[in-house]
Design a protein around this ligand. Structure first.
Ligand SMILES: CC(C)(COP(=O)(O)OP(=O)(O)OC[C@H]1O[C@@H](n2cnc3c(N)ncnc32)[C@H](O)[C@@H]1OP(=O)(O)O)[C@@H](O)C(=O)NCCC(=O)NCCS
Length: 143
């Protein structure tokens, strides 16, 4: 069966998406939370291979100025085959009307995004729910 690309929320098995993020790995994301955040995202993409969910991503956006790309993951069995690049390219195409598209990478994954045209921001800042843990995981500079 060919790879199927869709943004259809109604077909998503949120438990399956949660399992994809766990195995990718991109952390533990509760199925109900995923349903909420994907439902609130302007753009999203799901990739199915033979009926199995093997990739996903989403963009929070305001329609003109800012778009924030997040929750990008490909199943380990399918990594290294160009799916991640296609997920980003398809999401970027949908963000075409926005003046800036922002993301932060998992530490160590920066080069993946640099290959796709992203450049490091010099003044990006964030407030995380757990600032200490975000620092320990490499997302924030020392307090
Ligand atoms: C990061 C991830 C999405 C990449 O998906 P993928 O399908 O394996 O990537 P692709 O095969 O499309 O690779 C696209 C390009 O990026 C490069 N690339 C892939 N992973 C990379 C990495 N970790 N570091 C640097 N370059 C990387 C590839 O070599 C390829 O380069 P090329 O086009 O010049 O040949 C995938 O590895 C993943 O899901 N990882 C776990 C979850 C995660 O970290 N998500 C990112 C959150 S910020």
């Amino acid at each position: 069966m060919p790879i199927v690309w869709t943004d259809d929320l109604t077909a998503v098995d949120w438990d399956e998406l949660s399992a994809l993020y766990r195995i990718a790995p991109l952390g533990n994301k509760a199925p109900a939370d995923l349903a909420l955040v994907f439902g609130n995202s302007m753009f999203r993409i799901f990739v199915y291979d033979d009926g199995h969910l093997v990739g996903a991503g989403r963009v929070l956006a305001d329609g003109r100025d800012c778009a924030y790309l997040c929750d990008i993951a490909v199943h380990p069995d399918c990594q290294g085959q160009g799916l991640g690049r296609q997920i980003i390219e398809r999401l970027l195409a949908r963000c075409g009307s926005h003046r800036k598209i922002i993301l932060y990478a998992v530490p160590g994954k920066e080069a993946f995004y640099e290959r796709l045209g992203f450049r490091r921001m010099t003044t990006a800042m964030a407030i995380f729910e757990d600032q200490t843990r975000a620092h320990e995981r490499g997302y924030l500079t020392a307090p």
